[in-house]
Design a protein around this ligand. Structure first.
Ligand SMILES: Cc1cc2nc3c(=O)[nH]c(=O)nc-3n(C[C@H](O)[C@H](O)[C@H](O)COP(=O)(O)OP(=O)(O)OC[C@H]3O[C@@H](n4cnc5c(N)ncnc54)[C@H](O)[C@@H]3O)c2cc1C
Length: 373
């Protein structure tokens, strides 16, 4: 609750007023991040021993959900930051952890590649230990396809193939290292301020001291430290977004009247039924997300299923709910003034962000069928 009361004025005074311009001009939400940093919220899940707030998943969910109601773009940048921090905290040196805790350092996840596409467990980017690079370093080479905060974050939590043997591994990569480039600017349909650009790595020298976990253990490390945060917070951007779009839709239909009769759009039973069905979809997704958080915190046996389900459910619900908001608000929603079409466009991202909804369906269906034999 304390966290939310610190956040509320930032959303009202900084994040919400900037949201339309963040979208229309595709500007990175730097002022919003600075305001969050000043309130200590970039260090929300950093340990108290390095100056962070020492909070966890439940508080991260509250913060991301509130921001997503008014600016899903900022919420997604923060989601990727928290996901990066979840991997940095257990492995990285204290100076980086302290910089994050003090709001001086934004990070992000650099996973997706143009080769592995949605199959993020099979990166093609390499960490080459051969040649003159020395025993304590490797050269990273990769074509990352679409990375939130590309060229804006201070560091990338980077996945590559193992430097020796099978499997993957994770690195903390300083975004200013020579050999890293952002070949093109992000011009997306939604989340337009996200700077979700490609990143190319050409012989980027990184030291083994910046490994996040052991060589070849990338999937296990992600499964342990990242999984609790990643699907839950992406689901949460969708949950918050649905709250935001329904709030705007209800306000509009309640306030908009026919001159002919003086009755409002909200007096139409069809409109009310559409809204009720949309609220039901949003609430179902939120309840599943809440149960996923409970499953993580109680270390329940069904945690993997719940985490994957909550991302898929919230992403798909957001597609339907924003579609309904467009419908019930008619031409007014088609124009930018209500902010509904912005949320409609922003909602498209979550279902195609890895693991995509269709990949999740396949994973869950496979588990069901394997359990039957
Ligand atoms: C706004 C935005 C921000 C992003 N930010 C980040 C970020 O910060 N870090 C990061 O690492 N990545 C990020 N991504 C990338 C994202 O996680 C995905 O990797 C990417 O969207 C997948 O796109 P693709 O074109 O490679 O999909 P493709 O793999 O080409 O998929 C095309 C279609 O095929 C389906 N498909 C693919 N494989 C399967 C399968 N096995 N079973 C069933 N269906 C399948 C997909 O669901 C999709 O519908 C971001 C993406 C977006 C849209």
């Amino acid at each position: 609750m304390e966290v939310l009361s610190a956040l509320e004025p930032i959303v009202r005074e900084v994040i919400e007023p900037a949201a339309a311009q963040t979208d229309s001009e595709a500007v990175y939400p730097r002022r919003s991040l600075n305001a969050l940093a000043d309130a200590g919220l970039l260090g929300l899940i950093s340990a108290k021993e390095v100056g962070g707030m020492g909070c966890g998943l439940r508080e991260a969910v509250q913060v991301v959900e509130r921001i997503a109601q008014d600016c899903p773009c900022t919420a997604m940048v923060l989601t990727m930051h928290y996901c990066g921090v979840a991997l940095i905290e257990p492995f990285a040196a204290d100076d980086v952890r302290r910089a994050i805790a003090e709001g001086r350092h934004v990070t992000t996840l650099a996973v997706s590649e143009s080769g592995s596409r949605s199959h993020i467990w099979a990166p093609t980017g390499t960490a080459d230990a051969q040649g003159e690079v020395g025993a304590d370093a490797v050269l990273l080479n990769a074509h990352k396809s679409m990375i939130t905060s590309a060229g804006e974050a201070d560091s990338y939590v980077w996945i590559s193939r193992a430097s020796q043997g099978e499997g993957n591994m994770l690195w903390l990569v300083d975004s200013r290292l020579p050999g890293l480039t952002v070949p093109s600017a992000f011009d997306g349909m939604g989340l337009r301020g996200n700077a979700s650009s490609p990143i190319a790595a050409k012989d980027v020298k990184v030291f083994r001291r910046d490994m996040l976990g052991a060589d070849g253990q990338g999937e296990a490390v992600k499964g342990h430290y990242l999984m609790p945060y990643f699907p839950t917070l992406i689901a949460t951007t969708s949950v918050g977004l649905m709250k935001g779009v329904l709030r705007r839709a209800v306000q509009h239909v309640a306030a908009t009247r026919f001159a002919e009769s003086g009755s409002s759009l909200a007096d139409l039973p069809t409109i009310r039924a559409y809204l009720a069905k949309a609220q039901l979809q949003a609430d179902q997704a939120q309840l599943l997300r809440d149960d996923a958080v409970n499953a993580v915190l109680a270390q329940r046996g069904d945690v993997r299923t719940r985490l994957l389900q909550c991302k898929a459910a919230a992403a798909e619900a957001a597609l339907g709910v924003t579609d309904t908001a467009m419908r019930v608000c008619g031409g007014a929603a088609f124009r930018k003034v209500l902010g509904i079409e912005r949320l409609f466009r922003d909602a498209r991202a979550a279902s195609v962000m890895a693991p995509t909804t269709d990949v999740i369906y396949d994973m869950l269906g496979k588990s069901m069928c394997e359990a039957a034999v």
